[in-house]
Design a protein around this ligand. Sequence first.
Ligand code: NI
Length: 184
Amino acid sequence: MRVTNPVSIIDQQKQVFRILKYGAEVLQRKAAPVTKFDAELRKLFDRMIATMYAEHGVGLAAPQVGVSQQVAVIDISGGEDRSKIIRICNPEIVESHGKQSIEEGCLSFPEIRAVISRPKHVLVKGQDMDGNPIELEGDELLARAFCHEIDHLNGVLIIDHVSALKRDLIKRRIKRKIKNGEWG
Ligand code: NI
């Protein structure tokens, strides 16, 4: 998910991933559960966080960087408060209520926004990077971020939440961008 926020220069010195855009097959595939909670996984988290900040994101899912694993990072403060970083493996929404409909963006759909209906509150279960079970609650923007990133891990994208008419409009815009070499 994406919002406009300042980016820290320090992050850009770390190794960041290239973000895959809509059209990449891995984005529409269900990611595999994490079973190995090792140093590789920690490295993946570090690089995903650096990438999220470098791209002004508030959330990033591993398939967006070409890794088909159920790994997501979220920081709705956009790097303002790093104690708020969420690192989660194998997340699942176990409870949700309420409704909110707000424009959402996605780092895999640059410059495209769509109004998407999401629950106002969610309870998420998953595992931390050591494999310990965790339970997290989210309201408003955080609830949306959880839904958005968990969607990614199931191969579901913002384009799957909009009407057929809006989907066609978005696809036409993307085709134009591909033609102009703006979608790589
Ligand atoms: Ni996204």
